[in-house]
Design a protein around this ligand. Structure first.
Ligand code: DOR
Ligand code: ZN
Length: 446
């Protein structure tokens, strides 16, 4: 059925205007400004949805999520996490390879693709991982099956560290796909771990996390990745910047002119080291959340254009796993459902504009990965849309958290905005006009 979405504030490509959208099948067929006449399109077969008082944004394209399937389904599944994603206004995701088994071959990509085809509420793409012995698989993979290469230049959840210079040089020299890097210097992390263990024993306080995974560890590793990319002219994207110091490597040039790009994640824009007191190992993540000074620099870099993309690094673990002592608790935070609400809160605080949020969460991800007809509200583009009410307080609690793991670092927090509904490929897959409802529909590989 076709739909007319009427009277909303449409946020797109640097401006916000009152208007209407006509969606037929999967596509935004017409974009009307407020005063244009859409009446010729009204008929019995067209569903009219009045969105007065609401905003329409392009659905978020989250280029950094961990959905845990196959093999880690006690933490999450493609079904459960993509369902939570649409409740947060996310319409496409790129998923990371540190599953079990890790996604190191084309065959394993095929397996993920076939799970997603049947189970994903959002459009999807999967990264292939690099290990110490799959370089040929990575360099020869069918590029239609993967969105890019994920390289851990610093170990994190999943033992996928690559620190052999020969492998790194060959990878950067010969890769035809973009390389997305987790940058933290492993040697430094190990040295700090030993020092902390000798000082505190096996159960130090969480406040040691940004000392173990410190600013210099991020800086040195990012520097190395950038130098390799410069040497070989590789397309490089640095994931989850967490320090002011790393910003030195990124320019404010337009995205179309950049070969080296960067990302910040919602938790590094929201939390600071002061939050460890309350949230403890719940916000243990890699790279670590650092001091307020770093958070401010990252926020400024989003506005200046040094940072191109905002993602989540959605990385669910069970509460039981997370509430162990410091060394035992795994790193990672479930975030994909709450990223837009958190960012809208920062808009309310005048830290970002609404248009900047849309640029960094939808336009730029689509441009960077070359996703055709997505990421913008334009005629002929897929109707991947999120409708939000900027003035409807919602407290995060167990009744409205949709992650399989059932918890959120925002639990108890009241956001001023609410996700009203989400369209993926023209289908209303989530709506919360009164009570939340999901409706599964077919999605596509990006
Ligand atoms: O905190 C993190 N969690 N950082 C990562 O690099 C991996 C992720 C996970 O998969 O749990
Ligand atoms: Zn990650």
């Amino acid at each position: 059925m076709s739909k007319l979405l009427l009277n909303a504030q449409i946020v797109n490509e640097g401006t916000t205007f009152r208007g209407h959208l006509f969606v037929r099948n999967q596509i935004i067929e017409r974009v009307f400004s407020e005063l244009e006449d859409y009446s010729a399109l009204m008929s019995e077969s067209v569903e009219i949805i009045d969105l007065s008082g609401y905003h329409i944004l392009p659905g978020l394209i989250d280029i950094h999520v961990h959905f845990r399937e196959p093999g880690l389904t006690q933490k999450g599944t493609i079904f459960s996490e993509s369902r939570a994603a649409v409740a947060g206004g996310v319409t496409s995701v790129l998923e990371m390879p540190n599953t079990n088994p890790p996604t190191l071959t084309e065959k394993l990509l095929d397996e993920k693709l076939s799970i997603a085809e049947k189970n994903s509420f959002v459009n999807y793409g999967f990264y292939i991982g690099v290990s110490s012995n799959n370089l040929d698989d990575v360099l020869n993979v069918d590029s239609r099956k993967t969105c890019g290469i994920k390289l851990f230049m610093g170990s994190s959840t999943g033992n996928m560290l690559v620190d052999d210079d020969e492998i790194l040089n060959k990878l950067f020299a010969e890769s035809r796909l973009p390389i997305v890097v987790h940058a933290e210097n492993e040697k430094r992390i190990l040295e700090h771990t030993e020092r902390i263990k000798s000082e505190y024993g096996n159960s130090p306080p969480i406040s040691v996390h940004p000392m173990i995974r410190d600013v210099e560890a991020c800086y040195q590793s990012t520097k190395k990745a950038v130098e390799l990319a410069q040497k070989y002219h590789t397309k490089l994207h640095i994931a989850h910047l967490s320090t002011s110091k790393e910003l030195a490597f990124f320019s404010t040039a337009p995205l179309s002119e950049k070969r080296i790009t960067s990302e910040v994640c919602v938790h590094h824009l929201w939390f600071t080291a002061n939050d460890y007191d309350c949230l403890d190992t719940k916000i243990k993540c890699n790279p670590a959340i650092k001091t307020q000074e770093h958070r401010e620099a990252l926020r400024n870099a989003v506005n200046s254009g040094q940072i191109d993309i905002i993602a989540t690094d959605h990385a669910p673990h069970t509460l039981e796993e997370k509430t162990q002592s410091y060394f035992k608790a795994p790193s990672g935070i479930p975030l994909v459902q709450h990223s837009l609400q958190a960012l809208l809160e920062l808009v309310r605080q005048h830290i970002f504009s609404l248009e900047t949020i849309v640029e960094k969460t939808a336009h730029n991800p689509a441009k960077l990965f070359g996703f055709e007809k997505r990421g913008f509200i334009r005629e002929g583009y897929f109707a991947d849309l999120v409708i939000v009410d900027l003035n409807s307080p919602q407290t995060v609690d167990s009744t409205n958290i949709f992650y399989h793991c059932g918890w959120s670092p925002f639990e108890g927090y009241t956001f001023n905005s609410k996700i009203i509904c989400t369209f993926v490929n023209g289908n209303m897959v989530f709506q919360n006009f009164t009570t939340p409802e999901f409706n599964f529909s077919k999605t596509y590989q990006l």
